[in-house]
Design a protein around this ligand. Structure first.
Ligand code: G4P
Length: 531
């Protein structure tokens, strides 16, 4: 095996997803601790008073205690080089999560054992299932009263629409939590709270060991034996191929806060999750082990550092090795270039890197040329990775600057924030950018937009809510959209590429428009075109 194969083969790149408060930050922090990337717990997230992770760089995230943007962290564990893509937990930012998932080879879903699959996690589950990437579930907070584990498994299977394989099984929960049964090794790892809430001792005991009753109590021993019988009889066989194809989801129980079950989870997960996967282009798949460098842009973030007023573009390397000195080809602009200040992030710390491999995520300084979904490859090659479709926005506002003198900053801010994919922008036919219609998937995106316009571009906005909830792109190129028969509460708009769209207040109105205009073709997606 040459060095390139060795380096790529040891990469594992996954997204971590959860409903807010399920324990995603705590679990990631424990991973980093095992990997020696941070020295102590709390480095990622402080106490309530400073309730933010170091990955939450935006002011608004700190104030609200929610994660708005995704971030990337790299660490080494055993012989693996691991890239964790953190995602915003709130459903209003699920579009960002979706784009992040495009850059990952698998996903870890963290679920609060007392709550099960929560409303806001549903959409994320669907997004994962849609991409057919391997999904691993960590059922967290077993040191608290939990729902019945069989019910939790049922819920997950129903939401994911696929079978699960519990890799371990809990012995009771809350005050009575005694540990887990490891189904593959067929032994018990017992949980004993020592030195208070944050520390536990774990002992491994064989099922047939006579000391087991003493360790976990006779009642618990009897009930775990019953559960094992049920599980072995009822659940699907473990099938690694099915896991890799996103047809079977391994499930683990544990407690991130007390550090119980985290390391076994990490070890099993790293063994089961695939190395960098091949990526699709119109010309066929690109093999990650191909020596030619290629990457695609999945995220753009301006003004991450207020002092620098910079714009970073995040790329997932899909094949080969990246070298800082190399020239690359940006397919969409047709330009050759050197990527400027390539860096990897460890939360707020950035480190300039000189090389990176397929599976890695690099951030590069962007003078404003990249868009989401763009392909960068070795000079002499030319192909485009599959686009990243946008979600149809469901909420709309008409927006203009309070102070007409601020028009220039307004246009700059709105355009840049739209390029990042944080909002989508439209306008009425034949009008310019004096006033735009902003569309978002979740209403909290409006707040972030408003806040960023004020803080980063110094523009106060006048906003009016619009009653539309549905958007459809007009696919027909041979009709004049202005002659369409539409109901009085339907609006014709354009995106900034000049495409025509219709905004509707109800599905009934969509049907009405289709009935009254024979041959009209409407589409819910912009076919990977982000503005
Ligand atoms: P998130 O990133 O998914 O939003 O969740 P986060 O890790 O911030 O965890 C949310 C809360 O749940 C935190 O408590 C955290 O300590 C707690 N938690 C995480 N894992 C476990 C677990 O296994 N068991 C128990 N009992 N609690 C857990 P907090 O009080 O909101 O914050 P803090 O004061 O601990 O920082």
């Amino acid at each position: 095996m040459n060095n390139l194969e060795h380096e790529i083969g040891r990469r594992r790149t996954f997204a971590i997803i959860s409903h807010p408060d399920a324990g995603k930050t705590t679990l990631s922090e424990k991973f980093l601790l095992y990997g020696g990337a941070i020295a102590q717990a709390g480095a990622v997230k402080g106490k309530k008073s400073a309730r933010h992770a170091v990955s939450d760089w935006m002011e608004i995230e700190k104030q609200r205690g929610i994660s708005v943007t995704s971030s990337v962290m790299q660490f080494q564990y055993n012989n693996y080089c691991i890239n964790i893509l953190d995602t915003p937990g709130h459903q209003d930012f699920s579009e960002d999560t979706y784009r992040t998932l495009m850059a990952a080879d698998s996903a870890v879903m963290v679920i609060d054992a007392s709550k099960g699959v929560e409303n806001q996690t549903r959409k994320l589950f669907k997004v994962c299932a849609m991409r057919h990437i391997p999904i691993f579930t960590f059922i967290n907070k077993m040191d608290r009263e939990s729902k019945n584990p069989f019910d939790l498994i049922d819920e997950i299977e129903n939401e994911l629409g696929m079978p699960t394989y519990p890799v371990n099984w809990p012995i009771s929960s809350g005050k009575d939590f005694r540990g887990v049964y490891d189904r593959r090794k067929r032994h018990i790892i017992s949980f004993e709270a020592t030195g208070g809430h944050h520390q536990v001792a774990a002992t491994e005991v064989d099922l047939s060991d006579p000391s087991l009753s003493e360790l976990i109590g006779e009642e618990n021993r009897a009930s775990i034996m019953e559960d094992i019988e049920l599980l072995d009889g009822a659940s699907d066989e473990f099938d690694l191929k099915a896991v890799h194809e996103g047809r079977l989801s391994p499930v683990f129980f544990g407690s991130a806060l007390t550090n119980f079950g985290v390391e076994p989870f990490l070890e099993n997960f790293l063994e089961m999750t695939p190395p960098p996967l091949a990526r699709k282009t119109a010309e066929g798949e690109i093999d990650p082990f191909d020596k030619n460098f290629s990457a695609f842009v999945f995220k753009i973030q301006a003004n991450m550092n207020k002092a620098h007023r910079d714009r970073l573009t995040f790329m997932r390397i899909c094949s080969g090795k990246f070298d800082r000195e190399m020239e690359v080809y940006h397919v969409q602009s047709g330009k050759k270039m050197r990527l400027s200040q390539p860096q990897q992030l460890m939360a707020q710390d950035r480190e300039i890197i000189s090389e990176a491999y397929a599976g890695d995520i690099i951030g590069v300084f962007d003078p404003g040329i990249f868009s989401i979904g763009d392909t960068v490859c070795a000079v002499g090659k030319k192909f485009e990775f599959e686009g990243i479709p946008t979600f149809a926005p469901e909420h709309f506002q008409r927006v203009y600057p309070k102070d007409t003198m601020k028009r220039k900053q307004f246009v700059k801010g709105v355009t840049q924030i739209a390029q990042e994919g944080a909002i989508q922008i439209f306008h009425e036919p034949d009008t310019g950018m004096e006033e735009v219609i902003v569309g978002v998937v979740g209403v909290l995106q409006f707040d972030v937009f408003d806040y960023r316009m004020k803080n980063e571009y110094n523009v106060d906005l006048v906003k009016t809510g619009l009653p539309y909830s549905y958007i459809r792109w007009i696919e027909n190129k041979d009709i004049d959209p202005k002659t369409l028969k539409i109901s009085s509460d339907t609006k014709l708009v354009q995106d900034f590429k000049g495409n025509y769209l219709l905004l509707f207040t109800s599905e009934w109105n969509i049907r009405w428009a289709l009935e009254k205009n024979e041959g009209l073709v409407l589409s819910e997606f912009s076919r990977g075109d982000l503005q």
